[in-house]
Design a protein around this ligand. Structure first.
Ligand code: AMP
Ligand code: MG
Length: 283
């Protein structure tokens, strides 16, 4: 199979979201009639594999390895961030995972630079981190709602690139994913939320005001992706109207990150045979 990363990676300056079909399924054979069932089975296999990579990653960090992995998710409302987190972390050990969701900054956070809370939220060495929203909100919602002057958010692309480059240089592998849904799919999902009492809590009357700014958000997303997809921290645009494709694609991208890091159990810093002999003497 072609590397999925090549199919989904955002080429800086070249991404036009309107040209990416949110219902498409890049990398899945189009003649697969059982694509849905097949991809679900694959997700189960891949997520188990992800889980098996966690322990060596953690063990290596105990001995000083700097490696840590971050899955960063951005999407319009109802884009599937929560569902993706649930799906891709299924096989993971919660003890080695750090999931952080970003809402409007608190008073304390607003007193600092926009990257302050982000740096604190990063996974420590040995951990898998997940960002549900991120510092990109500072060039998305903040731009669309003019929460800061244009000069301020315009400078942030370079600040973000410098920040991410520094983190990558110190052991972070970051997988940045935009879950790309259509406006029609968002309507369907909002309707579903309003039809199900167990989903009311996810609905926010403000979501409709955000939906009204759909086109502004698409422009802001496009700029963020085009300006901040870098060789060391590329953006991936995942068509996300079909949840089974979305889960399959994100699981694969995360697996590729673990495979690149290829965490290894550390070599013991003691003499195993000697320890065994000493133990035997006590039995
Ligand atoms: P939810 O993900 O549905 O819990 O919503 C979180 C809300 O926080 C969204 O409406 C975001 O736009 C908002 N948010 C996240 N980061 C920021 C930020 N840096 N500035 C302002 N609003 C933000
Ligand atoms: Mg919401």
């Amino acid at each position: 199979m072609t590397d999925l990363r090549e199919l989904l990676v955002a080429e800086p300056g070249k991404v036009r979201l309107a040209e990416i079909d949110p219902r498409s399924t890049p990398g899945l054979k189009s003649n697969k009639r059982d694509a849905k069932d097949w991809s679900r089975a694959e997700v189960a296999r891949i997520t188990a594999k992800l889980g098996s990579y966690q322990e060596p990653l953690y063990a290596a960090a105990k001995k000083g390895a700097p490696d840590r992995i971050l899955l960063l998710l951005q999407a319009m409302d109802c884009g599937g961030k929560d569902g993706t987190v649930r799906s891709v972390l299924t096989g993971s050990n919660p003890a080695g995972v750090k999931v952080v969701s970003f809402g409007p900054p608190t008073e304390e956070e607003r007193a600092h630079d926009f990257l302050w809370r982000v740096e604190r939220a990063l996974p420590p060495p040995g951990y898998l981190g997940v960002f549900n929203r991120s510092h990109y909100e500072d060039v998305l919602v903040v731009r669309v709602h003019e929460l800061v002057p244009p000069e301020t958010w315009q400078e942030r692309y370079e600040q973000i690139n410098a920040f991410e480059a520094a983190q990558v240089a110190s052991g972070l592998t970051v997988v940045k994913v935009m879950l790309h849904i259509s406006k029609e799919e968002q309507a369907a999902r909002l309707l579903a939320r309003l039809a199900d009492p167990t989903k009311f809590w996810k609905y926010n009357p403000g979501d409709l005001a955000e939906r009204a700014r759909w086109d502004d958000y698409q422009v802001a997303y496009e700029d963020a992706i085009n300006r901040c997809s870098t060789p060391q921290a590329p953006w991936y645009v995942v068509p996300a109207d079909r949840k089974w494709y979305r889960n399959w694609a994100v699981a694969n991208l995360l697996l590729a990150a673990f495979e690149k890091v290829d965490p290894q159990y550390p070599v013991p810093d003691f003499d195993v045979a000697a320890e065994r002999a000493k133990l035997a003497a006590t039995i």
